[in-house]
Design a protein around this ligand. Sequence first.
Ligand code: SF4
Ligand code: SF4
Length: 385
Amino acid sequence: MVTDDAREMLAAEAAKCLDCGACTLSCDILPAIDPVHPGSLARQVLSRELGMREEWFIPRCALCRRCETACPAQVRIADMVVAMRALLIAEGKIDAERYRAMWVDCDWNAISLFRDTYGLGVPPERVASSPVAFMPGCSLFNEGHELLPALMRLLDEACGAKVALLPDCCGMPLAEMGLLARYERFADGLWGRIVGAGYDEVMVACPNCLARLKSRGEAEGVRVTSVYERLARAGVKAPAHPNVAISVHDSCPARGTPIGTWVREILSDYDLKEMECCGDESRCCGSGGAVSLFDFAMRDVRAQRRAEEFARTGADWCVCACMSSCSTLDASPARGRVRHVLELVVDQEIDREECRRKIDAMWQGDQGVRNEFRLAHSRPLSEER
Ligand code: SF4
Ligand code: SF4
């Protein structure tokens, strides 16, 4: 049972915690529950003795792992928080309904409703069998749909083959919510489709997808690679716009990976002005940890802090490799100055104002009523509609 595994994992990680508090210095919300540290927090969850501050903390952790870079005992703090969420959901202390909009294992959710409302699909020539598939991730497929034709042509060239387009979600939202059994079932279904299609390689754009899929790919005999590695190795460089300086926002799942290096290589024709916290020290943009589904204000505080850090660089554009970061930061004071690295690669801008208008419109009028109804009555994909 998932809850037994979660308890076992929490007990093991809690035993490693030295109670030193080093993680607190790297986090924006651990100080709110200090002197409770991850080890003692886990023991409270296991003994069902949580206080209000601790219950407040668990759904608001960004799962950014910044604390883990400071931890001398290699405690898996973010995985502990996910296990705590799983237990609190099982005990009815967190209402899983609050996450319904991102139940990606159901027929209707924010991703599928957007695609259905605006008729987004995979062009027939990109369904064809191929040794290589490109998986842009939910947000890039939806919000950056207009980039895909140019991007796919570029990937065909870089791979020397017609690349298939995989519109699937990696299942990350379910895992972050703590819906771990559902995540496992979802991942099994996804890998059944990938292996059944016969791909040797799945190239991903989203750093979250890479983190989720890489190790399972090794077990399934499918190489999971980053599109940024492929482009950097092929010598692709984003054409620099004259007199434009950029700053790179490193997203949380890229921590401890070479993604930031590949992205900077692709962007090396630009004048780069780094933020104070970059690379493994980067801070959450606000979109991490499914927090925005629980507490909009917390998301906005984090986005504002990151936007202020970007503003201090004096750069013109804030460039992200994660589409969720782009959308979140573009709703902050950095609005209008955020770009996805692949926009710069294909030299085509996403119309984010139009994208925002579409997201608002899908919840308004008759369309809004229909979509609200479908979301409220969404069913697991395994059930017939
Ligand atoms: S994962 Fe991020 S938000 Fe969560 S405790 Fe660590 S630093 Fe704080
Ligand atoms: S830094 Fe690591 S060992 Fe120290 S309190 Fe935090 S989790 Fe425990």
